[in-house]
Design a protein around this ligand. Structure first.
Ligand code: NAD
Length: 334
């Protein structure tokens, strides 16, 4: 029996995690794999305290979680729970695979992975009020964190036999901070002579991704650029409803979709759960349940192949629940 922490989150979080949970269970059952004992834990606005100790204890014990998005107040209020968790546990790699699985704006194949540094940069959240008219935010870059995310990206490329890693920076302006990030990733690249390192300035990268997304295999970048480029990249392949993610360190893994809590569509059976389901596929791979992961991935792809079986954000007619049922059916018949 696997012990896994489930954080439903808020907004559309409970809807998309319920879908992913049901499908992960069905995929494991199909392959007669061990079941999961889910430890369900609330955080954020749905919890008694924003980040309860009982949730932290669960994560520390289980070391693996499926997490829905959690709303962060804008301009005031508590610090993002997502950022707190990533920083508290040093979940240094935010790994976001961007893959074209439905037809869309691009004929070319799109298949790359973003490695976003997940613990520092502008997300250090250190802001200082000099005066009401002058606020200073600190952007923190360390050699250790930059080399660590660089190594994660190169290790991944090496494991998959890929021949290029693209490091994205703004070292022309932020000569010290982004200069150190670029220098650190460049140093790591010397240990991988078969993999080319390409360095691209972030504004150019935004344009390049829109113009020729098929050129990229692995992208490694800082926290804020990674966040922005992830949403841009989701737009290349059909939207935020489709892109999964994982927050990793060397002994803990928190899987969650790239998207946020989408308050505009919450509670209306409108959310596309694919990003969360594909985060579940990554979770199954992490458990070593490769056959279950493959079956679930294939069931998602097969379901999406029928345009009428898609959710509304993709031009289909199905709600979250009916779409989940359609994938369950496909899983059963595979
Ligand atoms: P968002 O990702 O929630 O939504 C952006 C747009 O995409 C909205 O129009 C939404 O309806 C749509 N969308 C997102 N996911 C979708 C899905 N699965 N299916 C269909 N449509 C989907 O971004 P936002 O509106 O900028 O942020 C809302 C809240 O989420 C904020 O409080 C933010 O802090 C939080 N957030 C949390 C996380 C996280 O928990 N990891 C990540 C990003 C944002």
């Amino acid at each position: 029996m696997y012990q896994i922490t489930l954080i439903p989150g808020d907004g559309i979080g409970p809807e998309v995690t319920a879908s992913a949970k049901a499908l992960i269970e069905a995929a494991l059952e199909k392959h007669q794999s061990p079941k999961i004992a889910w430890d369900i834990q609330n955080a954020g606005q749905t919890a008694e305290t924003i980040l309860p100790d009982v949730l932290l204890n669960s994560l520390e014990k289980n070391k693996i979680a499926l997490k829905g998005p959690i709303t962060t107040p804008i301009g005031k209020g508590f610090k993002s729970i997502n950022v707190q968790l990533r920083q508290k546990y040093g979940l240094y790699a935010n790994v976001r695979p961007v893959k074209k699985i439905i037809e869309g704006r691009y004929d070319e194949n799109i298949d790359f992975v973003i490695f976003r540094e997940n613990t520092e940069g502008l997300y250090a959240g250190v802001e200082r009020v000099d005066s009401p008219d002058r606020i200073i935010a600190e952007k923190i870059t360390t050699r250790q964190a930059s080399e660590r995310i660089g190594r994660a990206a190169f290790d991944y490329a090496h494991k998959l036999g890929l021949n290029k890693v693209t490091v994205v920076h703004k070292a022309n302006i932020l000569k010290q901070c982004d200069g150190l990030f670029l220098e650190s990733v460049t140093k790591v690249s010397k240990d991988y002579p078969d993999i080319d390192l390409e360095a691209v300035i972030v504004d150019n990268m935004a344009m390049q991704l829109v113009m020729t997304p098929s050129k990229y295999q692995v992208i490694v970048t800082t926290n804020l650029y990674g966040d922005i480029l992830s949403d841009l990249s989701a737009g290349l392949v059909g939207g935020l409803g489709l892109v999964p993610g994982a927050n990793l360190n060397d002994d803990m893994a928190v899987f969650e979709p790239v998207h946020g809590s989408a308050p505009d569509i919450a509670g209306q059976d409108l959310a596309n759960p694919t990003a969360c389901i594909l985060s579940g596929v990554m979770l199954l791979e992490h458990l070593g349940e490769i056959e279950a992961a493959h079956s679930l991935y294939q069931a998602v792809v097969d379901t999406l192949n029928t345009p009428s079986k898609r959710t509304k954000d993709l031009g289909g007619t199905l709600g979250t629940k009916a779409y989940t049922e359609a994938i369950l059916e496909s899983l059963g018949s595979l």
